[in-house]
Design a protein around this ligand. Sequence first.
Ligand code: HEM
Length: 408
Amino acid sequence: MQLAQEQIGQPAMRSPQFRANPFPFYAQLRAAAPVYQVHLSRRESIWLVTRYSDVLALLKDERFVKDRLQAMTPEQQAKQPWMPSMLKPLTRSMLTLDEPDHSRLRGLVHKAFTPRLIEELRNRVQSLCDELLDAAQRRGSMELIGDYALPLPITIIAEMLGVPTRDRAKFHQWSRALILVFSGSSQMLQGLPQIWLFMRYLRQFFKQRRVQPGDDLTTALIRAEEAGDRLSEDELLAMVMLLLIAGYETTVNLIGSGTLALLQHPAQHLLLREDPALIKTAIEELLRYTSPVDCATERFAREDVVLNGVRIARGEQVRAVLGSANRDEEQFINPDKLDLTRDPNRHLAFGQGIHYCLGAPLARLEGQIAINTLLRRMPNLRLAVAPEQLCWRRGLSLRGLEQLPVTF
Ligand code: HEM
């Protein structure tokens, strides 16, 4: 039975309070209104698709596209919020484009992210985890996000791209501004100067790499750009920004929310500590249970589409709610239970279809090493504050903690 809009209501989906526990709302939607429209602002309405089977179908359906201009009627385009021209190059990344551009861009980097090449980073990831925990032990205190979950993936992706890791605090500040601006936040104008700085920084870095090539992904991409028609300058900028941001903004949430889930489930925590070989299924379960990307990025209907009996009109925006699909009772037994031995576990935390996460092997490697090292070295790990005091990040797509103070 589909419930009417007013019977379900409209939570403030971007608020930290909602982000702390969106799952009861999603369960309500799956049961009563699996394709449901919410109004985020006067100008922005989105369809939420919450059942596992519908999310899977949506992400593979070519009638839903990334390029809003291709999908929208001229009248719809005229109503689109204004976008400063400075930001236009950033709409040229693989995540914001459809075929054939998407495959052309993804093809330039996919080899660097295959499981075999990523495996070569194992020792580096391990030594970084150890260094970060050594520093925390010397200090005697730890805020797990800022001291561990964040510096690990940001350092690794910066090293892969060849950008100086000493600048990682700047990337972090800039990438937060970028996420804010592209999430349609009312604070868009505030974020623009930061993005301008980020773009200027990367353009200068490209200039330097053209004269002084390195053994890194950016140099390989610059060569592709210089070789001719495979990559434009805007696309180079969009690619490096996407890799830098996607390379850590999600993994930080896997390590942060994953650790919190373990601290809140002592029996599961103990199980993994006593049997570290469980780490592979454990990470898959933490991905499912915490869904670091809660809502996939936007897609637009290229034509009118009927999804689970609901008509989505051409040009309207649709979001696949991965966090809901990952708790769908039709797909998972006891979906709200954390079970580190769950197998099979066909979660959708990395999405599906052509935009399936490029960095999944890297995220898995980092997550597995980070969690196992933490549990081994800090067997008495505990939350340092009451769970109600934890603050979740504002936003729609990503789900993660601002901070996680712990004692060890
Ligand atoms: C736990 C960590 C991660 C999670 C949960 C995650 C999740 C996702 C999801 C759900 C998508 C698809 C979004 C959509 O269809 O709208 C995606 C795409 C992507 N991810 Fe990840 N990701 C993670 C880590 C990484 C890492 C480490 C990288 C490394 C660079 C990365 C790079 C990308 C890229 C480039 C795309 C776009 C792929 C395309 O458009 O073809 N991700 N990720």
